[in-house]
Structures are given as C-alpha cells and as structure tokens.
Design a protein around this ligand. Structure first.
Ligand code: SF4
Length: 330
C-alpha cells in the first residue's frame, strides 16, 4: 500500500540572475514499510525533492505538484500549521550534520522530550522515561548521563544516534534520512546503517535514504531512484539498478564505486564533466554534455520514460528500438 505518492513535482528558486529549476516534473511513490534510496550527485535535486514534499523550503521557492499524498491526505492542501504537526509526529527527518541540526544551547533531554510533549502530550516524567527508552533503542551507552549532556559533549556518531532517536521519538510512519552517514567515519557509518536497518525491521517505518553514494543504499534499500539534473533518470529495485542498469549515468555511478571482489589494480572510472547549470538546464537530456553515447536527438529532446518492468523504468533515448545497441563497460 502506498504511503507517499508524489505526482509531477516541480521546484524552482528565483534568484537575482534567473530561476534555478531544481526539480523538474518528477513522480514517485513509497510503500508502507518500504525503504527507498534517492541517489545522485550534489545538485541533482534529491534533497530539494524531499524538502519540497515536507514544505521545508524558504518562501522564494516555487513548488507545484499535481498531488503529494501522504497516508491518504493531500499535503498540498494542508495549512502550515497542519504541516508542522505532521513533521516529527508522522514524518521524521535525519539530516547530514547533527551538529548543525541539534540546538547547541539545549541538552539532549530537552531536545528529545520536546516532540513527545508537543505531539504526544506527554508529561515531563513520562517524556523523560520515553527519552531514556529511545536512547537505549539507538544503543547509546549510559543514557541517564547522556540526557544531561549538550550536543558538543558528544562524538559525531553519538550525535547522529541522538538525531535518529529524535526522528523516531513519536513513532513516525516515514523517516527521511538525508545523507545521514556522510559526516561520519567509515566504521561509525556502518553502525548507523545497521541501526537504521534494525529500526526499519522492528518498527515497520518507511525510510527514504538520500545519498550520493550507491554503496550506502546497497545494504538497506529495496528500491532506488537515480536522479540527475532535477529529473529521475532511472528507477528500479536494488537488484535491477545494481545488476541490470540501463542508463549511462547509472553505469557511471556504478563504475565509480570500488567493488569488494574487484581487481586491486583496477582503477575507478570517474564521470567526466560537471552537473548541468540548473539556471539554464540543457534543452534535451540533462546528461547529454557528459554522456559518451550522446546522439543528436539527445541534445534536442528530453528522453521519454521507458517502462521495462513493473518496477524498472529509464529515461534514455538508447531505449528507442532504432537506437544503437550499447552495453555498460566495466
Ligand atoms: Fe546519453 Fe542520450 Fe541516454 Fe541522455 S538520452 S543518457 S545523452 S544516450
């Protein structure tokens, strides 16, 4: 059953020199209890997509959508107050850098109990007991002492665990994790991913994982959306994206991550060039300036979405029956 369904979302920002078209007509859904990864380079529109859905962008952002339905409710019709009530109680967010998301002036207890008191009307003692339970759930040792501490007294890994505890405090139906492991070292990254996986399995919460790193989502997402130039260029199950990718950009992403069973001498292949300037996005396929398979049609027309299976779809002119047959080079 669909928990979140987004249809034809467009987000742009008017700035002094023009309009940045950050998200361009994307549609996707997330099922109940499902974990979906949104992957792409910086500037591909992945974070802006979810901030648009949450209504968390500044006033100068222009957001339009045919519909954004969450748990049967049309989010585009909700007042700012109703949207705020939804944040934290039904949708939790985990940001990349907990140091800038946690308030340095308040203790862990105060930040962890606040959503419980606001959204769940808990009394102080009840909220404190739940806060302790949450810290144990996210495997923070000595939780009584941690409650009294301020964010700067905690390590990066502990701060991110506190962020996760805050995000899941009110038992949300969906958690959006925006690059939750990028600011952490590799061993802590693995622990945080294990923790998110465990939470998903024990609470049946849907998770949207936003990342630039396909390796991060390999272990926890069942479905993946690949974003480029404000559009979804390929989407499919993790198996389809990792074992049968069809879009040249997805090939590039896969070729640029190390393989555990690969040749130690093998060099990673970077994607040459830079992402498009979204002030003036290319007329046709946004990946055309960097694509080695680019054809004249690619520069003129946006590729249509080709559906390959119930779960797999790709937007690339190579899917046209008359296009040259090319395969991923590894
Ligand atoms: Fe490359 Fe053309 Fe496909 Fe775009 S549409 S990814 S330019 S082949």
């Amino acid at each position: 059953m669909k928990l979140l369904e987004v249809n034809n979302l467009n987000t742009s920002f008017s700035i002094g020199v023009g309009t940045v078209q950050a998200v361009r007509g994307i549609s996707f859904h997330v099922d109940q209890g499902e974990s979906v990864g949104i992957v792409g380079e910086s500037g591909s529109g992945k974070s802006v997509t979810m901030l648009s859905v949450m209504g968390l962008l500044p006033n100068y952002a222009a957001i339009t959508a045919d519909s954004i339905r969450f748990d049967g409710r049309e989010m585009t019709q909700l007042s700012p107050r109703e949207l705020r009530a939804m944040h934290g109680s039904e949708i939790g967010m985990i940001f990349q850098d907990p140091m800038t998301s946690l308030n340095p002036l308040f203790t862990v207890e105060s930040q962890l109990t606040e959503p419980l008191r606001i959204h769940r009307n808990m009394r102080k003692a009840q909220a404190r007991a739940r806060a302790l339970e949450l810290l144990r759930q996210v495997e923070i040792p000595n939780p009584e002492a941690r409650l009294k501490q301020y964010p700067h007294e905690l390590s990066g890994g502990l701060r991110q665990r506190v962020m996760i505890a805050i995000a899941v405090a009110c038992g949300p139906k969906m958690v959006i994790a925006d690059e939750p492991t990028t600011a952490l070292d590799v061993t802590i990254q693995a622990q945080i991913l294990d923790l998110l996986n465990h939470l998903k399995q024990t609470t049946q919460t849907s998770i949207i994982m936003i990342t630039h790193d396909l390796g991060v989502i390999a272990s926890m997402c069942s479905r993946i959306l690949v974003m480029y130039g404000g559009t979804i260029c390929e989407e499919g199950t993790a198996r389809e994206i990792f074992y049968a990718p069809k879009h040249p950009y997805t090939w590039g992403l896969l070729n640029s991550i190390p393989r555990i069973n690969g040749d130690p001498e093998e060099k990673l292949i970077p994607i040459k060039g830079t992402p498009p300037d979204m002030l003036m996005p290319p007329k046709g396929c946004p990946f055309a300036p960097r694509c080695r398979y680019c054809m004249p049609v690619c520069r003129e027309y946006m590729p249509p979405r080709t559906v390959l299976s119930d779960t797999h779809a790709v937007s690339c002119h190579l899917m046209h029956p008359k296009a040259p047959k090319v395969a991923r080079e590894v």
